[in-house]
Write a protein that binds this ligand. Structure first.
Ligand code: GLN
Length: 557
């Protein structure tokens, strides 16, 4: 079926809009990412865009227990966790324009209005907000120099908030009908008592979408089980599309299998065909992807128990790991790289507070991670866990807050600095090991909290011979940050004299980016001020996570 690759002569840019029907939470983000994977495997340059209809200007001010992880892009934009999936599935960095919220768009339009940029006109949702959205779609395509933009419109058909985005997409389709397709990701329930898969909600959602002037060209039918031909036909007829445009997407074990399944249905080819793009063969990247997707499910080695000690787990009666999704995925990729099967445990740090915490439960773990976090709750528990890891040779990996707390723990228990703390919690503490920098202090005094932390990609220099240097195999790195506080320069000498090594520093030597204990002293006791998890990819696992997994593997043995 696959033809020889043909060079695509510069054809007009194409857009694929992905919209959710019936209900949320059925994997629209993964479907969008996976379409990206299969199309880029065809040698097309893809950019994935996420539209979030809420009024927050970015995702940075939202509570992770409610909204999941805040994912940071190179330029420092704080975005929805879907952007993390996009980068992981495309194995490519997103551009500044690949994420947008209603708040961002309204803010821009209102600022332009205040600057008299609309020449005295009455500024309205239609056309001004809609056109700003269209402009952003087009600009994202240009910035990425992509062949196809795949845009996921957040929310579900029927929501009030996303109407303007659907309207912008409709405008694009109207202007260039041959270059735009709409995909509706739907859900077909199988009520237990009936035992039959029902297609009516999908038909209704397609009709509701049509009432906005948009017809779904493709329907991705999420369901517990694969769709039979009968149901495909039924949906096709009622939605006015060919049967092969109804794509079956049953529940599966691993999200990384979704592109593999889509390819089995030749989704990339059918999509390209409907966008009048010439057929092309799949590139070698897809073979690699398939190998990875298969590999992470079929581990031969014994499982490794990895604990994430955090606080953003509980919502009502449920335990959610969404707040740490990039950390979880980074562990899996490096598990695959180190040929071990990670079994991830979520541990509440508050369990290690109070008079006599039972630390023995920690002994079952082969590695422990304290991830990023904010504020006071659970802090003393985390400090206790870190101490236990240091004293009992359990591999420890601290991410951002996990590095700051690791430094405080060292100051308190090795240097004997009673009252060592972070200014975030106790600005009057006797020893502010972690402090706020003057520019940040000013921002907080002015109440400027949104998008004002140290955000995005910064370079760091590594110390020769350190654990970090060995893992990365290079002198200079760049990693993504999201924090307000830093290791206080006044304590660096003291801490280093006492044995903790700052093995990664900003190029001017002022900011401490990695702290570690030498390998002779501890199998792995390392923390990063940045978030390495943001750059971990299936086909490019993060070297520090891999080094950590290797240490955990050794402990297991
Ligand atoms: N709360 C800490 C700070 O703001 C760490 C942030 C984080 O872990 N992302 O510096």
């Amino acid at each position: 079926m696959n033809k020889k690759p043909t060079k695509i002569t510069k054809s007009p840019h194409k857009y694929i809009f992905v919209i959710g029907g019936v209900m949320s939470g059925v994997g629209k983000g993964i479907a969008t990412s996976s379409i990206g994977t299969v199309l880029s495997a065809k040698g097309l340059r893809i950019n994935l865009v996420k539209v979030d209809p809420y009024l927050n200007v970015d995702a940075g001010t939202m509570n992770p227990t409610e909204h999941g992880e805040v994912f940071v892009l190179n330029n420092g934009l704080e975005t929805d966790q879907d952007m993390g999936n996009y980068e992981r599935f495309l194995n490519r960095d997103a551009s500044d324009y690949d994420y947008m919220t209603s708040g961002m768009i309204y803010k821009d339009v209102i600022e332009k209005e205040r600057a008299l940029k609309y020449g005295g006109k009455c500024v309205e949702a239609i056309p001004h907000i809609r056109d700003e959205i269209v402009h952003r779609f087009e600009h994202a395509a240009l910035l990425n120099k992509s062949d196809i933009s795949i845009v996921e419109i957040g929310g579900t058909i029927g929501d009030y908030q996303n109407v303007m985005f659907i309207e912008a997409a409709r405008m694009l389709k109207m202007k260039r009908p041959a270059d735009v397709v709409f995909i509706m990701v739907s859900y077909l329930p199988t009520p237990g008592k009936l035992g039959e898969m029902k297609s009516r909600p999908t038909q209704n959602a397609a009709r509701q979408l049509a009432s906005y002037g948009v017809n779904a060209d493709f329907i991705i039918a999420r369901a517990e089980t694969p769709l039979d031909y009968r149901r495909k036909e039924k949906i096709a007829v009622s939605c006015n599309i060919p049967t092969e445009h109804v794509i079956s997407a049953p529940d599966i074990e691993s999200i990384y299998d979704v592109p593999v399944n889509f390819e089995k249905d030749r989704l990339a080819e059918i999509l390209m065909n409907s966008l009048s793009l010439p057929a092309r063969a799949l590139g070698p990247s897809f073979t690699e992807w398939k190998k990875f997707a298969k590999g992470i499910k079929n581990f031969t080695e014994h499982p490794l128990n990895i604990a994430i000690v955090g606080k953003y787990f509980n919502t009502g009666d449920f335990v959610l790991t969404d707040a740490y999704i990039s950390v979880l995925e980074a562990i899996k990729f490096s598990g695959y790289a180190a040929k071990v099967k990670p079994v991830i445990h979520t541990v509440n740090s508050r369990d290690f507070e109070g008079k006599k915490p039972d630390y023995s439960v920690l002994d079952q773990f082969d590695g422990i991670i304290v991830p990023g976090g904010f504020g006071e709750s659970g802090i003393e528990g985390k400090l206790n866990v870190i101490r236990y890891c240091r004293e009992n040779m359990i591999p420890y990996f601290g991410l951002c807050y996990g590095m700051q707390l690791m430094t405080i723990e060292y100051a308190r228990n090795v240097l004997g600095l009673v009252g060592a703390h972070t200014a975030e919690i106790d600005p009057k503490a006797k020893h502010l090991i972690i402090d706020i920098m003057p520019d940040q202090k000013k921002k907080i005094a002015e109440g400027d909290y949104g998008g004002s932390m140290r955000l995005g990609r910064y370079p760091a220099k590594l110390v020769q011979g350190s654990v970090a240097h060995t893992a990365y195999g290079t002198d200079k790195i760049e990693e993504r940050h999201r924090h307000r506080y830093e290791v206080n320069p006044e304590y660096i000498q003291q801490i280093e004299d006492a044995g903790l090594v700052f093995s990664g520093k900003s190029p001017d030597g002022t900011l401490m980016e990695i702290a570690e204990l030498p390998r002779k002293q501890h199998p792995f006791f390392l923390g990063t001020q940045f978030h390495p998890e943001f750059l971990a990819r299936p086909l490019a696992p993060h070297p520090l996570f891999t080094e950590f997994m290797k240490a955990a593997k050794k402990r297991k043995k």
